[in-house]
Design a protein around this ligand. Structure first.
Ligand code: UD1
Length: 418
């Protein structure tokens, strides 16, 4: 398994271009299954999860091409298999996003249940319940979801939890349904708006995305379009923390500062100097920051996908802090690894109490999931000596060319072969 070797202690300096958002491109790729024309997607990040989704669509029979600028063109007219096998879904839970589009366009789908993962049980019952409310006939057998519907019909669906991919699946199912669907307590993440923007360009009738009530009026068919995905707010935030933790000075370009309000607020509160101009964020830190309390919650609150990185930052900031994880039940796997690097962290249920230390020391550590890997890399960038992060395949799922980007900013980081 590949590893990353990091020699810490270098303040990061320079400019970094933010890539397209993982959590936008995955549902938008799945949306290609809703029409028979070319969906041409730009600003596609080069990520393992994108490769997995492309393989899944190709396996189903879609025609795909990618140009040298990572513009991906998908045509689903030739799709013959309405099937997402366990082997793919287990490596990427977001494969569940093909369920709604397959059912809406082709009238059937067989999609593996994702099962548990490193950060909790992560069920998909709300996706299934919503589709059932739209008239789908669904049974779960042998670890698979078998879904059928001649024609979905609009429904009023109130989600008990504002699930992100659940909202996306139901929105995609509703665009081709008969009549009006209203999704209450919908997720409000910027990636939902991005998907809705793409679907509208394809001819869908959607209102209210970005609020907790989304209304979709079904249409007969959708057409192809050209769409550029939103910049990745989690990648942006991770680089902001990289600047903060190394006491560096970075300019992040091609980003969307309006999607990062709470992150910027927390970093400013910690003492970072941040300025924003259009799609550019400048950050400069030249002193030890104060630690900040955090509670993760759905957007626009603090994202669970940045909890691990902020725990790394709080580990070497001044004072005590509390980090409460309210979205996933088991998302503190990085903590024991940070403790091995000298961090002082206690966990009690879903609350981590961090007592900032003056410095961390390099150690061999193990990445357990995507954002945990990012947190260990951040810790490695500031630790004294060498850190080796094992199981680095997690990072390639969600961060484009992370070591190239960090090297360009002055970090001493290299990938060790298997
Ligand atoms: C998405 C993001 C992921 C992010 C998460 C929370 C994508 C591809 N992934 O994941 O990066 O960490 O949102 O912001 O966009 N739940 C149920 N039943 C369901 C669905 C969800 O109980 O049917 C629960 C989950 O266990 C979790 C909570 O709802 O506790 C939120 O999860 P959800 O928003 O669904 O996360 P994902 O969409 O999987």
């Amino acid at each position: 398994m590949e590893k990353l070797l990091i020699s810490g202690g270098i303040p990061l300096k320079g400019e970094v271009k933010i890539s397209g958002a993982k959590n936008s491109v995955l549902p938008i790729l799945a949306a290609s299954l809703l029409c028979e024309e070319d969906l041409i997607i730009g600003n596609v990040p080069h990520l393992q999860d994108v490769t997995t989704t492309i393989s899944l669509l190709t396996e189903m029979g879609a025609n795909l091409s990618i140009d040298e600028k990572m513009k991906v063109s998908v045509n689903a007219a030739s799709v013959k298999k309405f099937y997402a096998p366990y082997e793919m879904v287990k490596t990427m839970r977001a494969s569940i996003l093909v369920l709604g589009p397959l059912l809406a366009h082709f009238g059937e789908a067989k999609v593996s249940l994702p099962g548990g993962c490193a950060i909790g049980s992560r069920p998909v019952n709300l996706h299934i319940d919503g589709l059932k409310a739209m008239g789908a006939n669904i049974k779960v057998e042998d670890g698979y979801i078998f879904a059928k519907a001649k024609k979905l019909k609009g429904a009023k669906i109130t989600l008990p939890i504002a699930t992100v991919t659940g909202t996306e699946n139901l929105m995609m199912a509703a665009v081709l349904a008969n009549g009006r669907t209203v999704i209450k307590n919908a997720a409000k993440e910027p990636e939902i708006i991005d998907l809705a923007n793409c679907l509208r360009l394809m001819g869908a009738q959607i209102k209210g995305d970005g609020t907790s009530s989304i209304t979709v009026d079904g249409v007969k068919e959708l057409r192809g379009c050209n769409y550029d995905v939103l910049p990745d707010r989690i990648e942006t935030a991770t680089f902001l923390v990289a600047a903060a933790i190394t006491k560096g000075k970075l300019t992040l370009t091609h980003t969307r500062p309006d999607t990062l309000k709470i992150i910027i607020e927390k970093l400013k509160k910690a003492g970072a100097d941040i300025s924003i101009k259009n799609d550019i964020i400048n950050i400069e830190v030249n002193k030890q920051l104060n630690s900040v309390n955090i509670t993760t919650n759905p957007y626009p609150d603090f994202p669970t996908d940045m909890q691990a990185q902020f725990i790394a930052l709080n580990s070497i900031s001044k004072g005590k802090s509390k980090v409460v994880e309210s979205v996933f039940e088991n998302r503190f796997m990085h903590v024991q690894e940070l403790v091995r690097m000298g961090a002082n962290i206690d966990i009690n249920g879903n609350v981590a109490t961090i007592d900032g230390v003056k410095s961390l020391t390099g150690a061999p550590v193990m990445a357990t999931d995507l954002r945990a890997s990012a947190s260990l890399i951040l810790a490695g960038l500031v630790a004294k000596g060498e850190t080796v992060v094992d199981r680095i395949y997690h990072i390639d799922r969600g961060y484009e060319c992370i070591e190239e980007k960090l090297t360009k900013l002055g970090a001493n980081i290299k990938r060790l072969p298997q």
